[in-house]
Design a protein around this ligand. Structure first.
Ligand code: HEC
Length: 391
């Protein structure tokens, strides 16, 4: 099982990162710079406030190079010669660069680029599968709170008109009573249709929490089953069903390490059919031999268990799930990390394990929070940072 090994690798890395979150070493207002302050090399900060030099310190600030990189990333084109010269000859090249950066974020080509950005992030797009990336691009470009991605109830299936270079309102037409941003998107639900709705759950977890399953951990592990296997989830082991699929099996892997979280989420997504339309009954199947059967609630969870985002955060429906996720700091961190990786040309944080040190990310997470969740502004701040303008 290749997936499991990879997950364990991811788990180790991300757990280490999560611990580091606890130390909030950034002084208020320190702003988004490289973390070359504070962590000094010795105790004598008076004589030597600078940390030990590294290869990174050899980089030189180059606003024209930054302009070029930003322009390619945000508008898919090289800067105009007049802008290159203006930045080169400016008495304050930083200001000249930042003015042009701000203008790029207003450029209609930026909207189209962001649609592509979200297509890459979501692994989805084109034709009927474009409403999720277009909606997310609109939230970013218009500076709306990122929480709209999870909680918006109106116009969650907009389109983009390339003639007028503008977003066009559109409601998703998939039978959902109250929408919850991308969590009720027909394209997402169609593309990630699978047995027991687990692929949809995986998508939600990996896209918005930037971590593959297992998603939750108990403080100290415990032993379960005849094999005395290591159980790491905080949920009670017996909350997941033992039949018809045995999620309490411990003979090879401990299914419940992942599936306690997953099975509390999956029923929320089970009523979308394979075209992403909400129906009155569960539409996914339980893979039994010789024939799969329609999934029943009791296949996921034992009687009396409620659906939940995480242990202690019950969510009875998708709008409640969206609201819980919108409050989860892991989601704000994840979306910021994705923007950072985009700006710095890094690969996917989950599939390629392109994780970012917490100290680097933290200032930008703060920017996101303090700007009421404005992803576009956060991206702009990343592109103004020392890391972005030094080469
Ligand atoms: C490391 C986490 C993890 C562990 C451990 C794990 N699973 Fe899963 N399981 C997943 C994920 C993620 C998916 C969805 C995969 C996808 O479709 O992309 C899944 C999918 C499934 C499915 C649906 C497969 C299908 O046909 O689409 C079943 C059934 C299932 N798991 C049962 C189990 C059982 C039983 C065990 C223990 C023997 C187990 N899983 C262990 C994460 C896990």
């Amino acid at each position: 099982m290749k997936r499991v090994t990879m997950t364990i690798l991811g788990l180790t890395l991300l757990t280490a990162g999560a611990c580091a979150t606890d130390s909030d070493s950034n002084p208020p207002g320190a702003g988004p710079t490289t973390p070359d302050d504070g962590s000094g090399s010795g105790t004598n900060t008076q004589d030597n406030p600078e940390p030990e030099p590294t290869a990174l310190d050899d980089r030189k600030v180059d606003y024209n190079e930054a302009l070029r990189t930003a322009s390619l990333k945000l508008t898919d084109s090289l800067p105009r010669l007049t802008d290159i010269i203006a930045v080169r000859d400016a008495s304050d090249p930083k200001e000249a660069y930042e003015e042009r950066l701000a203008a790029m974020l207003e450029d209609s080509r930026f909207s189209e680029r962001m649609i592509r950005y979200w297509r890459d992030v979501f692994r989805q797009g084109g034709g009927t599968l474009d409403s999720a990336p277009v909606f997310a691009a609109r939230v970013l470009v218009e500076g709306r709170p990122f929480t709209d991605l999870l909680t918006a109830t109106e116009s969650t299936c907009p389109s983009y008109d390339t003639t007028s270079d503008s977003f066009v309102d559109g409601n998703c037409d998939n039978g959902v009573e109250t929408h919850a941003g991308l969590l009720t998107n027909p394209g997402v639900m169609a593309q990630f249709y699978s047995n027991m709705a687990f692929r949809r759950v995986r998508w939600v977890q990996e896209i918005f929490a930037c971590q593959s399953f297992p998603a939750e951990f108990r403080e100290s592990t415990t032993k379960v089953g005849e094999e005395k296997a290591t159980y790491t989830s905080p949920w009670d082991f017996d909350t997941v069903s033992a039949e018809p699929v045995d999620f309490r099996d411990t003979s090879s892997v401990v299914c419940a390490n992942c599936h306690t979280s997953m099975n509390h989420l999956a029923p929320l997504f089970g009523q979308f059919d394979d075209e992403g339309t909400w129906q009155d009954s569960v539409q996914v199947e339980t893979p039994l031999s010789p024939e799969p059967v329609p999934t029943e609630l009791s296949h996921w969870l034992v009687d009396g268990e409620e659906t939940a985002w995480r242990l202690g955060e019950p969510t009875a429906n998708l709008p409640e799930l969206g609201a819980a996720m919108a409050q989860d700091p892991a989601v704000a961190e994840c979306l910021t990390a994705r923007l950072y990786n985009f700006a710095m040309s890094k690969q996917d944080i989950v599939s390629e394990l392109a994780t970012i040190p917490v100290a680097v990310l933290e200032p930008y997470v703060k920017v996101l929070k303090e700007s009421d969740g404005d992803l576009g502004h956060t991206l702009e701040t990343i592109m103004k940072s020392e890391d972005f303008v030094r080469f």
